[in-house]
Ligand binder design. Structure first.
Ligand code: GLN
Length: 486
């Protein structure tokens, strides 16, 4: 991975006039066009080059000081195609939105652009963020950055490959049940899912509103802190965006972090059956190393974890069935000629809704069933109750530990087609990421090793709500002082 293209290094290069943002941006477009990874669905060249030119002018005029006001000045980013950008086609990886040009921009993207970032384009993803491999995109799968026979993970597959293959400096992904953390671990990059409510969801096309969260996917933890810093904080456009004060994410990374006395909870339920041996070994080795640095490993139990996958697929499918009702060819969504010529309303809807792919249809059916009168109490309501018990498990655990650590996915990146014939198998990839999503907790995936085929392995750290400072400090220390020492 090209660590020369980390934000801190680029700022130095811009100042030293070794490189301009315009040169860098043009270079990225060249690389993206030559790439066979299918990571990008759309490029916004005009917008990007304009942003880069402005950045170069500001840097030439104000030098180092320009980064104080605009900490991402001139930095080219990729944006997952689930986030709206004014005037740029936003498909959500679906035929249903193939031609949708939103008239507004997501708050997270506005904040990045206001901080000087350059938006290169929109990144491929599983349709409506439903999937773990990016094979559910209506526009073809994304290829893993180093192993072309492997998936990059999903649903933020384009976001992962674009960073892993250095087709942007950093990207935005979204995580509903693991879609930032799993692809980050598959591709050997850093993926941060902030606390639910830390970053505004305005302009994030909803899959499951009570779970969806935007987060950075980056080459290192320092970059993740920089993006989080800019995007976090209350937003009057999103009532679920928390008013909690924003931490000093970047500044804190400069403080010395000591593992001495840090209590790391190891949930006994998280070393699951069927876990790839090398994944377990690599995570255990990392933990041992942390212990040798003074951390205290504490065995903990999150007893309701066994219900996590079932609970998640009820809650998320129910919310999806409701959120996706708006794609009816009247309010939103394509209206094909066949629908315009439909003889009656029912055939109109059928011809419009046929534009959803099989996985999206499956979730809509499941969710509609779970919300149907007569079943609501047995399924949706029950799932919400179990969700609360899972959150209580974490609250209890965090009374005696500072962080929780585990693997990110049970395996490394799998081959194309390996799991697509069996949705249940695919759903199990999220077994280690979903509990934190249901509890709304922040989590980060950091590289911790490789398997025999040199496929990356990630370690996941979780922290209590709004403790991103702690999470980033620990992850940063792991990345810079521990992993390289293993
Ligand atoms: N793989 C999970 C799913 O298919 C998670 C997706 C996500 O986090 N967006 O729902």
């Amino acid at each position: 991975m090209n660590q020369n293209h980390s934000i801190a290094k680029l700022q130095k290069d811009f100042i030293a006039k070794k490189l301009s943002s315009t040169e860098l941006t043009k270079d990225y477009f060249k690389k993206i066009k030559a790439s066979k990874t299918n990571a990008y669905l759309a490029l916004c060249e005009e917008r990007a080059l304009k942003q880069a030119k402005t950045a170069d002018e500001i840097i030439a005029r104000d030098g180092e000081r320009s980064f104080e006001k605009q900490p991402l000045l001139g930095i080219p980013l990729g944006i997952k195609d689930v986030l709206t950008m004014d005037g740029v086609v936003t498909t959500c990886g679906s035929k249903m939105l193939e031609n949708y040009v939103p008239p507004f921009t997501a708050t997270a993207v506005i904040r990045l652009e206001n901080a000087g970032a350059v938006s290169l384009g929109k990144l491929n993803m599983d349709e409506f963020a439903m999937g773990s491999s990016n094979e559910n995109s209506a526009f073809g799968p994304v290829i893993h950055p180093t192993h072309p026979d492997r998936v990059p993970g999903g649903s933020s597959g384009g976001s992962a490959t674009s960073v892993g293959a250095d087709l942007c400096v950093a990207s935005l992904g979204t995580d509903t049940g693991g879609s930032i953390r799993l692809p980050a671990s598959f591709t050997g990059i850093v993926g941060l899912k902030p606390t639910y409510g830390r970053i505004s969801r305005y302009g994030l096309i909803a899959f499951a509103s009570s779970l969806d969260q935007i987060g950075p996917m980056t080459k290192n933890v320092d970059d993740a802190a920089r993006l989080l810093q800019v995007m976090s904080g209350a937003d009057e456009m999103d009532a679920t965006c928390a008013p909690n004060s924003v931490g000093n994410y970047l500044g804190k990374l400069k403080d010395k972090w000591s593992w001495s006395g840090v209590r790391i909870g190891i949930p006994k339920e998280y070393f699951v059956d069927g876990m790839q041996m090398e994944v377990e070994a690599s995570v255990r080795e990392s933990l041992k190393k942390l212990e040798s640095l003074g951390a205290k490993l504490v065995d903990i139990s999150l007893p309701h974890s066994k219900y996590a996958v079932a609970t998640y697929y009820l809650v998320s499918a129910s919310e999806a069935s409701s959120n996706l009702a708006r794609f009816d060819g009247v309010r939103y969504g394509v209206r094909p000629q066949s629908a315009v010529e439909a003889p009656d309303p029912m055939s109109f809807y059928k011809r419009v809704r046929a534009n959803f792919g099989p996985e999206v249809k499956r979730r809509i059916l499941l969710g509609t069933f779970a919300l149907a009168s007569g079943y609501y109490d047995a399924y949706y309501k029950r799932a919400c109750q179990v969700r609360r018990l899972m959150k209580n498990d974490f609250d209890e655990a965090f009374k005696s530990v500072d962080l929780i650590a585990s693997a990110v996915g049970p395996t490394t990146a799998f081959k194309f087609g390996e799991k697509s014939s069996n949705p249940l198998q695919a759903y199990l990839m999220d077994i280690l990421t979903i509990p934190a999503s249901l509890a709304g907790l922040p989590g980060i995936s950091v590289p911790c090793g490789v398997d025999a085929e040199k496929l990356p392995i990630g370690i996941q750290f979780l922290a209590p709500h709004f403790e991103e400072e702690r999470l980033l400090q620990a992850a940063h220390s792991f990345e810079t002082e521990v992993y390289h020492a293993i």
